[in-house]
Design a protein around this ligand. Structure first.
Ligand code: SF4
Ligand code: SF4
Length: 357
């Protein structure tokens, strides 16, 4: 049976020419084809994207990563040197506290490679915050990270780990040679500490994103297949699977353009627009802080340099945190054509699908 990880559910070749208009912010992406503006589709659905309470502050500590995956929406890699300063980390936690957020979601690159990662985690936990670590798994096998899994377990950090398929070929096609076996070893290491095991209280979610330019299959069905396959092949257990749509930005957009399928992929996302996802898009309850302290509605806007604060970008350290928080709460959410990636099919967010299928 063909694994769902590599299955194209909607063939790009079936997507015809695109008509309509382009994007809300000129800088969201280069519109090679006109499309209905995302904001128009939201209005047509009778909705308005407004920020609610900030539950989660996502902190992107930098772009350094031990991998350089094809689908990477942050253009991370081993040669990247951008890193968040310790003072910015402290201000991000101050902001989380002032906002009454319950969770800090630490991401990168490979956030664990930042020399200040463990201090950030420890401080956040001392503040009573739930901490999520977006982990690429292979980082656990990097020199100097031998005790990383034990540190995460001791701090009760929730691990959200990328594994785009349970089959070796599909993982390596997207993430590089040798990644699959290192990832499996890392999952076994995490399981041995109790991660993903009933009753341990240590949460281990896996993240699937399509290997290719199609939408993810239904999350619940794929989770069942991952659980069955990983348990039978390697005795691996995990908590839940998050299915995430590849966003048409950064390295993934470049690879689509190289293949000549960018327009068809955008068409696919637009055609699959699902108004039922709008209530849950993550920008309603999350803000994203970049390594240099600028504030964004989400990680994707961050990568597109769509700052919060039109004309005068909001940044940690420029005004007192309480004032910055008020400014954030006054800002409209910046949307663009990439937002169709969050609302296609069952929807997509850092926490997986948004609507049941
Ligand atoms: S997708 Fe994740 S693991 Fe891959 S290069 Fe980007 S940040 Fe690193
Ligand atoms: S891309 Fe960001 S701003 Fe757009 S819908 Fe998704 S979370 Fe919201």
């Amino acid at each position: 049976m063909e694994p769902p990880c590599g299955t194209s559910r909607t063939k790009l070749a079936e997507a015809g020419p695109i008509s309509g208009h382009c994007c809300e912010r000129k800088d969201t992406m280069t519109p090679r084809i006109p499309l209905t503006p995302f904001a128009t589709r939201v209005r047509q659905a009778g909705d308005v994207l407004r920020r609610h309470r900030i539950d989660t502050v996502q902190i992107n500590v930098g772009k350094r990563c031990n991998q350089a995956c094809l689908h990477c929406h942050v253009d991370a890699g081993p040669q990247r040197t951008e890193m968040m300063a310790a003072q910015t980390m402290a201000l991000a936690l101050e902001l989380a506290q002032a906002a009454g957020a319950q969770t800090v979601d630490i991401t990168g690159g490979a956030p664990e490679l930042h020399p200040g990662f463990r201090a950030l985690v420890t401080q956040a936990r001392q503040q009573g915050l739930q901490v999520l670590d977006r982990c690429n798994l292979t980082v656990l096998g990097e020199p100097g990270q031998e005790d990383l899994a034990a540190f995460l377990a001791a701090q009760r950090v929730e691990v959200i780990a990328s594994l785009p398929c349970y089959l070796e070929d599909n993982v390596e096609q997207q993430r590089g040679r040798g990644v699959y076996r290192t990832s499996i070893a890392a999952l076994q290491q995490l399981n041995a500490l109790g991660y993903g095991c009933d009753g341990s209280g240590l949460t281990l979610h896996l993240v699937y994103n399509p290997v290719g330019s199609h939408l993810p299959p239904p999350q619940a069905q794929l989770e069942a297949e991952y659980k069955r396959e990983l348990a039978s092949r390697f005795g691996i257990h995990f908590t839940h699977l998050y299915t995430i749509t590849n966003m048409p930005i950064a390295r993934f957009a470049h690879s689509l353009r190289r293949e000549g399928t960018f327009d068809a992929y955008m068409h696919l996302l637009v055609e699959a627009f699902n108004p039922a996802t709008l209530a849950q898009v993550m920008c309603r309850s999350l803000i994203s802080i970049a390594w240099d302290g600028y504030v964004y509605d989400c990680d994707f806007n961050q990568m597109l340099a769509l700052h919060m604060g039109d004309g005068s970008p909001l940044r940690l350290g420029t005004v007192p945190v309480e004032m910055l928080l008020r400014q954030i709460q006054e800002q409209a959410i910046v949307v663009g054509q990439h937002c169709y990636g969050c609302t296609a099919g069952a929807g997509s967010s850092c926490g997986g699908a948004l609507a049941s299928e």
